[in-house]
Ligand binder design. Structure first.
Ligand SMILES: [Zn+2]
Ligand SMILES: [Zn+2]
Length: 351
């Protein structure tokens, strides 16, 4: 079976596969124009794809968290996650001993990371580096918010890490226009579980979801991730502190391995969630299908959203398909449940 790449006008590569591989690999949709180290780790069509739940933003005693890396890893291992990235502020925690203790083939994996933490004037500029080969020195004395972001993103890429831009509305620091201008970055936090990061915007500042639609509407592809940004493990259930278990991603990969998982994330082959579980997501060149795993007697709405944040279609079944007309600009999906939780399915550009 031969794989063939085709590039569309957005510079995305579409991998064309034979029918057999396509059935085993249903939702592959896009590759960023610039291939990073992670993106070269393509899934092996002979291996079955699985969904892996993980959190990519977590603190320990190595910065301002309240618990040891061992306790933090233990929490996620015991709460149904398959992977965790430790991301202390400007500190790279070794994960070898943690994996020796808690790691298990296809069951649990700790990935190293760092929250590269810097500022510009009063703006807090935090960029996570996932699976960085070494500690990244945060940018100082940059010329602007965008320059600070760009230098940190570049420094993370230089050590083979995968960047994601954190909590843009924290300290009202990063505008949609700033985010849009950063190059070589594919990910930002659409949801962060810390109680003071203003996911919903306010006072004239757009919510992160509105920001996402503004950026996508200008033809810039960003994928939205949900994270805990957990700092506090010793005060369970207190919504006023940054506790664990609030936001996560579920990634489709052929194996539980850092490069494979992160390559899938950078391709947009994942969904973000604050509590909604999906059975499957399929984005083809002509349609997007979302299937929900129902929890108890919860009820759901599936929304398909296009350019300008326009609601293209809403469905109340457990599975829905939206067929592209070709004029949407992009299509993404959001699932809302009757308990106030959500899942975000990644956008695809439609042309
Ligand atoms: Zn932060
Ligand atoms: Zn953080």
């Amino acid at each position: 079976m031969q794989d063939i790449f085709r590039f569309d006008r957005f510079g995305r590569g579409w991998l064309l596969l034979g029918a057999a591989a396509l059935m085993a690999w249903p939702a592959f949709h896009s590759i960023p124009a610039r291939a990073s180290a992670a993106e070269t780790a393509q899934p092996d069509p002979a291996r079955q794809l699985r969904w892996y739940k993980g959190n990519t933003h977590t603190h320990t005693l190595n910065s301002d968290g309240d618990s040891t890396p061992d306790d933090v890893v233990r929490w996620y291992r015991e709460h149904g996650y398959q992977f965790l990235v430790l991301t202390d502020h400007n500190f790279l925690t070794s994960v070898d001993a943690l994996n020796a203790l808690h790691g298990a083939s296809e069951r649990f994996l700790v990935i190293k990371g760092e929250e590269v933490t810097s500022s510009f004037k009063t703006a807090s500029i935090h960029v996570n580096g996932l699976d960085v080969a070494e500690r990244v020195e945060p940018a100082r004395d940059a010329a602007s918010v965008v320059d600070t972001l760009q230098r940190n993103v570049d420094a993370i890429r230089k050590v083979d890490g995968i960047p994601h831009i954190n909590h843009p509305n924290f300290g009202w620091s990063i505008t949609p226009d700033d985010l849009r201008q950063v190059r070589n970055n594919r990910l930002f936090e659409i949801y962060n579980g810390h109680p003071t990061v203003h996911n919903d915007g306010g006072g004239g500042v757009p919510s992160l979801e509105q920001a996402w639609d503004m950026i996508l509407s200008q033809g810039v592809l960003l994928y939205g991730i949900a994270v805990d940004d957990a700092h506090v493990f010793k005060d369970p259930g207190n919504p006023a502190v940054a506790g664990p278990g609030r936001g996560w991603i579920v990634v489709r990969s052929d194996r539980l391995e850092a490069r494979a998982l992160l390559a899938a994330v950078e391709r947009g082959d994942f969904y973000a969630s604050t509590g909604v579980e999906l059975v499957d997501v399929q984005s083809t060149g002509t349609s997007m299908t979302v299937q929900i795993r129902r929890r108890g007697d919860f009820k759901y709405r599936i929304q398909f959203i296009g350019k300008g944040g326009q609601l293209l279609k809403e469905d109340i079944e457990l599975s829905a398909t939206y067929t592209f007309t070709g004029s949407e600009g992009y299509v993404r999906a959001k699932v809302l449940d009757s308990g106030g939780h959500a899942a975000w399915v990644q956008p695809v550009f439609v042309n």
